[in-house]
Design a protein around this ligand. Structure first.
Ligand code: BDR
Ligand code: CA
Length: 311
């Protein structure tokens, strides 16, 4: 199985990504590290414990990482995800254990312990933990197999400012570090994820599974949808973060281009923008496979197939 670490700030779409990974035998989730993002760290960590608890698994360590961006004040998104970050269904308080220790150290130690080139990082929140790990332990960088992340946008521009996507906007310095690290990067931005919209039929299908995870997925996406309906007028909730896990399972569902992507750090209006050189006009070397297309039906069929195997 492909070994992965999921770095996350759950979030309803993070939750679906985590469940998809835990339901997939092709993937071995070595651990889940939490970061401040959609909501502050105590809540993202609580939410990660609730999600893994729901999955019925008991073998996946969860560690808390950074509680603030590298140098900026934390920006959160309760307007999108609700006060808990995981609004939509009441799951009570988690009983799934938090593993003691620091999430950043866990990333470092895991990459040092596992064979070089065997561990893929899947960041689906701000990139703070990943950048911290690279800065604290530069020796891990060449050991990373690949980074498949959710963040950024180009043709779809921004969702938190006119030009910036949330995960990059919250910690652009961290993103700049990761994009400059020389690691094989796959980027799932809004160009892809705004096409991964739930349909009422799909949500009804989740509920009809009659399982606790099906009920949770239906309830989370129902909550998440409200925001996008008002803001973008779109039907359905964008399942941003699950695109990363779906790519690891079925890369042929996605297409894009290998291009140069730089992170804007000091734009007057554009801080946190992923400046994507789609037409290759800058002469700067490619550093990312920047995705912009998805086979939507294939993606939702995969989600249904896998979520239906969970309790
Ligand atoms: C990203 O921001 C968060 O709100 C979502 O969980 C996703 O990771 C989308 O911009
Ligand atoms: Ca997220």
């Amino acid at each position: 199985a492909q070994k992965i670490i999921i770095d996350t700030d759950p979030g309803q779409d993070d939750a679906v990504a985590i469940l998809l990974a835990l339901a997939s035998p092709e993937l071995q989730v070595l651990g889940i590290t939490t970061v401040a993002g959609n909501v502050p760290l105590p809540l993202t960590t609580r939410n990660a414990r609730l999600i893994v608890g729901l999955s019925g698994r008991n073998d996946v360590p969860i560690l808390a990482g950074c509680d603030a961006p590298l140098s900026r004040k934390l920006v959160t998104a309760e307007n999108v995800h609700g006060q808990t970050g995981l609004d939509g269904i009441d799951l009570g308080e988690p009983d799934y254990p938090l593993t003691p220790g620091d999430g950043v150290d866990f990333i470092i130690e895991t990459l040092r312990r596992e064979p070089a080139g065997s561990v893929t990082l899947v960041p689906i929140g701000p990139l703070t933990n990943i950048a911290q790990a690279m800065m604290r332990a530069p020796d891990i960088v060449p050991r990373i197999a690949q980074i498949v992340l959710m963040g950024g946008a180009y043709f779809e521009v921004g969702n938190v400012t006119p030009t910036a996507e949330f995960n990059i906007y919250v910690d652009p310095e961290a993103a700049a570090h990761v994009f400059a690290a020389g690691v094989d990067l796959v980027v799932m931005g809004l160009d892809v994820t705004h096409k991964a919209l739930t349909s009422p039929d799909w949500v009804a299908g989740m509920r009809a599974l009659g399982t606790r995870t099906g009920e949770a997925v239906a309830s989370w996406t129902g909550f998440f949808e409200r925001y996008d309906r008002v803001k973008y007028g779109s039907e359905g909730a964008p399942l941003h973060d699950p695109c990363t896990i779906a790519y690891l399972l079925r890369p042929e569902l996605f297409s894009g281009r290998r291009i140069n992507v730089e992170i804007e750090l000091q734009g007057r209006y554009t801080t946190g923008m992923t400046v994507a050189d789609w037409w290759g006009v800058s002469g700067r070397p490619a550093n990312a496979l920047f995705m912009n297309q998805i086979d939507r039906d294939g993606f939702f069929a995969l989600l249904t197939e896998r979520i239906s195997t969970l309790p």
